[in-house]
Design a binder for this molecule. Sequence first.
Ligand code: EPU
Length: 418
Amino acid sequence: MDKLIIKGGRRLHGEVKISGAKNSVLPLMASAILASGVSTMSNVPDLKDVETMGHLLENMGAEFSASNSSVTVDTTAMNGMTAPYHLVRTMRASVLVLGPLLARMGKAIVSLPGGCAIGARPINIHLESLQKMGADIVLEDGYVKAYASRLHGAHISFDIPTVTGTENLMMAATLADGETVIENAACEPEVVDLADSLQKMGAKIEGAGTSKIRIFGVDDLKPVSHSVIADRIETATFMVAAAITGGNLFIRGARPDDLRSVIEKLCEAGISVSDDSPDGIRVWSDGKLQAVNFKTMPYPGFPTDMQAQLMTLLSVAEGTSIITESIFENRYMHVAELDRLGAEIRVDGAVAMVKGVSRLRGAQVMATDLRASASLVLAGLVAEGKTTVCRIYHLDRGYEAIEKKLLAVGADIVREKD
Ligand code: EPU
């Protein structure tokens, strides 16, 4: 298993290019199931999760290939309808094949993902909504078995604006008979990216990016070529990297409109951000950081996927910050590791109190999920001495070449085998 060794204290300077969004490309690849033929996605990040989604599609008889930041999915000979446990357990986003399989093949057998390091993460809303569209669903041997000769349109109101739930339903509804309305839909930019691609395939969708999405079912869809939007969480992680090291980075390809809540909080913490350029965002800081309070919320609120990284920044800011995690019930696993580096963070239920300290000190740390791993890398950039971040396979699931990008802007970071 690989680990990252970071010697802290270097200011980051220069330019970083942002990769395509992990949470866009995964639903986009699943959406290829909806049409027979060859679909191509460009600006695809080289990530473990993309490879896993490729294996999942291959397992169903599709052909998958990846090269030069592009992936191709040929569904012409697709005949399988099963997402097996050994793949779903390594990547929860595998559940995104449920809606497309059911819509196009009339049948889907998808392993239940089970719990996860950040929370229970049930998929009840996905299943109840598909049932409203006429699917027969049984849970058997740890699998969701879903059947529908043709789904029909329905009026669905989500209890919680689930991101992959919205994507699954939107994909399922594109080939359903009649009109589907999703109320309290997720508004994330990745939902909009998927809707844009589905429309190019011939789907009829209105309102993506708002909390009410209307989908008018069509008889068939055609394959698509689509370029994936830039990853807003990778962007925001590099914004924090620039700020926490008192550095200055131009973050090429960043989409500031996807990150208003994050930019607002970083500015409140004393960081300078310029989004004048159409090519990206510049972020700089003199290293003097102030405490801020924030609560994670569905988009356009502050993203839960940036909670851990901003917490690291606030751990060395002046004053005490209060963080409330409202999306996942167990997303503070990084706190104990940050405390090992000298942070002073106390958690009470969904609330974390971060008392800023003047410095962190390097140590060996280990992370249990993707964004927690990123927060520990950020801590390593600012900590005195050497920080070793173990079990970085989580990072490789969601950040393309993170150590190479950090090295190129002045970080002292190397990857080593355990
Ligand atoms: N929820 C339910 N029932 C459901 C679905 C969701 O109770 O049927 C709850 C969840 O337990 C959670 C809340 O609703 O408390 C929101 O979860 P959501 O379904 O929106 O999360 P997701 O779709 O499983 C996506 C991202 C996550 C990101 C969340 C929240 C993808 C592939 N994953 O997950 O990304 O944290 O939305 O924004 O898009 C990551 O990239 O590190 C990551 C975890």
